[in-house]
Design a protein around this ligand. Structure first.
Ligand code: FAD
Ligand code: NDP
Length: 449
């Protein structure tokens, strides 16, 4: 049977764009549908604008540090409208870049919401299009707990477009988005509280990192409140009153929920086409990103495996090679490094101490906490924390963790060594770069446990 296209991708975000471009380059006839803006979550309401905001927020510390080095500055003021306008201009530019990348690759673009109507049929703008393969790359959407008054709150989607900065903000959630936005608001001068229901921030990361991040954020002025979650939100004249599980009540100008995201599969026609979904709504796929229906594939957040942009693009690339490159390519989700752009930054690769103990039984821990050279001259109490987790039996470094400035930049390099299975002795045999913070990763001699 002749299809209109070899591949029809639904969603032009990180995963869909990469899979479509690479498939087209491999000779496939490709179409893509996008209901919103090109580039998806990462470009429009995720990684990129978040990191721009994060840079803006960090300047507050930088300006204070500058004074310790002799700079005399007038009392700084911050212009939110200017940051928003400059951010929007950059995002518009990136939207154009993504659209041109697709057009230059020869991909046919459909603007609108696509729905699956069969194993090889898609409905878009009232028309039916056929494709040999369908790719679901529809991403995810913020979830809010079912509590009274939740409609008064915003999510990260709206946080990128606020008319003005609030005076007092509550962030609910102690995951990636919660700690990043609490740091952003605090850095921009907003009185910020972070409410998290658990015992330490960033569940799933090495527990020590989450504990230390909470302390550092507290020192920077954020009211980090653990074992705490809101029960109800009530509209007051010009504020939102929040009732918490610990009987406290506080008023805020802005409440933001960062309480995880759900795969975008509702109303997509997947189940009718025979595609199996998980309890969380994610498309269930095999290691080649193929669903329970052989012609329907899924990558990125909609599969709820590891919800990070470089993972979505790697899955897209692997799928293109599998379908059109004659090279069946599974995606390796092991040892994926990740960074959290809180203040201070935090990054990890491999296993936390807790997970390594569970997997290997016996592990050696090497760690250090110290003030950076940059801060020895000044007021800042901020401590850099680094930790290596080593499997005692094989002496392989199975986890590397850092809390401190540019942690993501440091861990990206360390990740190559961990991925290659480097041993502690090989870390030790590497000569450091002096004076840097990163050199500590090759000079950790004393076992902590
Ligand atoms: P998306 O990028 O979400 O793209 C899905 C696209 O599908 C969207 O454009 C949507 O409009 C479209 N779509 C949905 N349904 C349909 C339909 N029926 N028809 C047509 N189009 C449709 N990851 C990192 O690695 N680093 C970070 O620093 C980082 N920061 C983040 C910050 C925030 C606030 C958020 C929310 C996420 C962040 N992420 C980060 C995660 C990252 O954004 C996602 O993992 C990534 O965007 C997933 O890509 P995707 O292709 O699966 O989906
Ligand atoms: P996370 O899963 O990281 O964090 C969700 C947080 O909300 C957790 O602290 C969770 O608590 C809490 N929570 C969940 N449900 C409730 C509830 N009903 N009531 C109170 N608290 C609740 O999700 P995010 O929304 O922060 O981010 C989504 C994903 O996007 C991330 O997991 C990550 O994959 C990606 N992302 C990546 C970034 C990066 O790479 N820098 C930045 C931002 C997002 P508990 O831990 O107890 O479950």
């Amino acid at each position: 049977m002749k299809y209109d296209f070899d591949l029809f991708s639904i969603g032009a975000g990180s995963g869909g764009v990469r899979a479509s471009r690479v498939s087209a380059a491999l000779g496939a006839r490709v179409a893509i549908a996008e209901a919103g803006r090109f580039g998806g979550t990462c470009v429009n309401v995720g990684c990129i604008p978040k990191k721009l905001f994060s840079y803006a927020a960090h300047f507050r510390d930088d300006l204070k540090d500058a004074a310790d080095f002799g700079w005399r500055l007038a009392e700084p003021t911050f212009d939110w409208q200017k940051l928003l306008a400059n951010k929007d201009r950059e995002i518009d530019r990136l939207n154009g870049v993504y659209e041109r990348l697709l057009l230059n690759a020869g991909v046919t673009i459909f603007r609108g919401k696509a729905t699956i109507r069969g194993k090889n049929e898609i409905e878009i703008n009232g028309k039916t299009v056929t494709a040999k393969h369908i790719l679901v790359a529809t991403g995810s959407w913020p979830q809010l707990p079912e509590i009274p008054g939740r409609e008064l709150a915003i999510t990260s989607n709206e946080a990128f477009f606020l008319d003005k900065l609030p005076r007092r903000a509550l962030i609910v959630g102690g995951g990636y988005i919660g700690v990043e936005f609490a740091s952003i608001f605090n850095g921009l001068g907003v009185e910020t509280m972070l409410a998290y229901r658990g015992a330490h921030l960033l569940r799933g990361f090495d527990a020590e990192l989450g504990r230390r991040l909470g302390e550092e954020m507290g020192r920077k002025g954020i009211a980090v409140t653990l074992h705490c979650h809101p029960l109800a939100l009530t509209k007051q004249e010009d504020a939102i009153q929040v009732e918490f599980n610990n009987n406290a009540r506080h008023s805020f100008d802005l409440v933001m929920f960062a309480t995880s995201r759900k795969p975008n599969t509702a109303g997509l026609g997947l189940e009718a086409a025979g595609v199996k979904l998980g309890a969380d709504g994610a498309v269930l796929v095999n290691e080649y990103s193929t669903s329970s229906v052989a012609s329907i594939h899924a990558i990125g957040d909609v599969t709820n495996r590891l919800n990070l942009t470089p993972v979505a693009t790697a899955e897209g690339m692997a799928l293109a090679r599998t379908l059109f490159g004659g090279q069946p390519t599974p995606v390796d989700h092991d040892c994926v490094p990740t960074a959290v752009f809180s203040n201070p930054n935090l990054a990890s690769v491999g296993l936390s101490e807790e997970k390594a103990r569970a997997r290997f039984g016996k592990v050696d821990i090497y760690q250090t906490a110290f003030r950076s050279l940059k801060h020895t001259m000044g007021h800042s109490e901020e401590k850099i924390f680094m930790k290596l987790v080593v499997d005692t039996a094989s002496q392989r470094v199975v986890g590397a963790h850092m809390l401190g400035p540019d942690a993501g930049e440091v861990i990206q390099g360390i990740a190559i060594a961990v991925k290659l299975g480097a041993t502690k002795a090989q870390f030790d045999a590497t000569i450091g770069i002096h004076p840097t913070a990163a050199e500590e990763f090759v000079t950790l001699r004393e076992k902590t446990t």
